[in-house]
Design a binder for this molecule. Structure first.
Ligand code: FNR
Length: 386
């Protein structure tokens, strides 16, 4: 009911806020330290204005494009997020189905609560996001499963050598997976619909890694403890070269934002960089993807695709990023808001909001094809201030 009256991402976010118990909402929304980078990701889009060109024939608009080797109905994809069943019992499966229906690629996280195999069965255009665990055999096993199940791209997240300092989670005592003690049941009692769904959900676990390294919460550990215990801190560019030799599909680096790092990635043979600071959840006071994007495109030319990830909430954000050199954008929290607000239908709603915004905004810019959008379509605010 609420979804049909949700006209933008902010409306769906408000619905999600009401559906989720406080500790879950904080886990979804939170960033590191003072959440400066979280805010900067949004604010960076406000530093640019779009060129409004008039009296162009915009009767036929095509927002379609290609990203990571996939045809995409619009220049938007879904970033990998861990533990989606926390937000709705239908979890990653609902997200992948909605992505398939909307014709956009979906990234399955290593930390997902649904298996590589189950998501393959949804038929979505899919890529697999990898974290390097200390256990290298686990990495090999994940690569084999992803290749065998038709994942077209492998995406290595490189901004998580250590867990970010998410103080909201420290305060709420986010222990995963939720163990329904009397105490936690009471704290979730204010959200009976969420709690009932969670109680009925017997499949909540880290579906892709549990057999190798166990589950979060198996020893009462927090997400932060788990990441620090399991992820491989010794990883360097040599490991990217190694991955390149092991994976024949598209290879993507997620979490580089400095132009020099992006160039290094391209030199290692990656096909795309997701320019990202993990949605402000890792190094606080790091810059926004948009802050570095023009310089990155300058450094790497056409040698790789660039996908902007973080703070994308409007069609105009997507079009600004493309004008500044991106091939497309990717979203995390927005589709999780949809998932929390209404399962698969909620994710569909978010994607249809982006789709209609992108089409309408292209028409109002006087641009009918993504390939026609260039640096001539944006101006930096400072030009107007001087
Ligand atoms: C994430 N992100 C993430 N990234 C990743 O590579 N692997 C993961 O498992 C996760 N998990 C995860 C969980 C949650 C709840 C969030 C909000 C984010 C980061 C994600 O892929 C993406 O970079 C950000 O979400 C993008 O920023 P926005 O769109 O949320 O502002």
């Amino acid at each position: 009911a609420g979804l049909s009256k949700a006209f933008n991402v902010a409306d769906v976010r408000a619905l999600a806020g009401r559906a989720l118990p406080r500790p879950i909402r904080d886990y979804l929304e939170g960033g590191a330290d003072d959440e400066w980078t979280l805010a900067r990701n949004r604010a960076a889009f406000g530093d640019w204005v779009l060129a409004q060109r008039t009296l162009v024939d915009v009767s036929v608009i095509d927002p379609g494009t290609k990203m990571l080797g996939f045809r995409a109905a619009m220049p938007l994809m879904l970033s990998p997020t861990g533990m989606s069943q926390l937000f709705h019992a239908s979890g990653e499966t609902a997200v992948a189905r909605a992505a398939a229906a909307a014709g956009v690629p979906y990234g399955l996280s290593t930390m997902a609560t649904t298996s590589i195999e189950t998501i393959a069965a949804t038929g979505a255009n899919r890529y697999f996001q990898l974290y390097l665990f200390r256990d290298r055999e686990l990495t090999r096993a994940l690569l084999e499963r992803a290749a065998a199940h038709g994942y077209g791209a492998l995406c290595l997240t490189v901004d998580t050598a250590m867990a970010g300092n998410r103080e909201r989670d420290l305060k709420s005592g986010m222990i995963m997976p939720p163990r329904f003690t009397l105490g936690s049941l009471m704290s979730f009692a204010g959200h009976p619909r969420w709690s009932l769904g969670a109680l009925k959900n017997r499949s909540f676990q880290l579906a892709n890694v549990i057999d190798h390294v166990g589950d979060i919460g198996s020893a009462g550990t927090s997400v932060i403890d788990y990441v620090n215990a399991q992820f491989d801190r010794t990883a360097t560019w040599k490991d990217v070269e190694w991955l390149r030799s092991q994976w024949s599909g598209k290879l993507v680096i997620k979490g580089a934002i400095m132009p020099g790092d992006c160039l290094e990635a391209v030199d290692c043979g990656v096909d795309a960089v997701m320019v990202s600071n993990h949605g402000g959840r890792q190094l606080d006071t790091a810059g926004a993807p948009l802050d570095y994007l023009p310089a990155i495109r300058d450094r790497i030319g056409d040698r790789a695709e660039l996908i902007v990830d973080g703070g994308v909430r409007r069609g105009t954000d997507v079009l600004k990023a493309i004008a500044l050199g991106a091939n497309g954008c990717s979203i995390g929290r927005p589709y999780l808001y949809g998932l929390a607000a209404g399962g698969e239908a909620g994710v569909e709603r978010i994607l249809s909001i982006f789709r209609s915004e992108i089409e309408r905004d292209m028409g109002l810019m006087g641009r009918t094809r993504i390939a026609d959008i260039t640096a001539a379509d944006v101006d930096h605010l400072s030009q107007f201030r001087s």
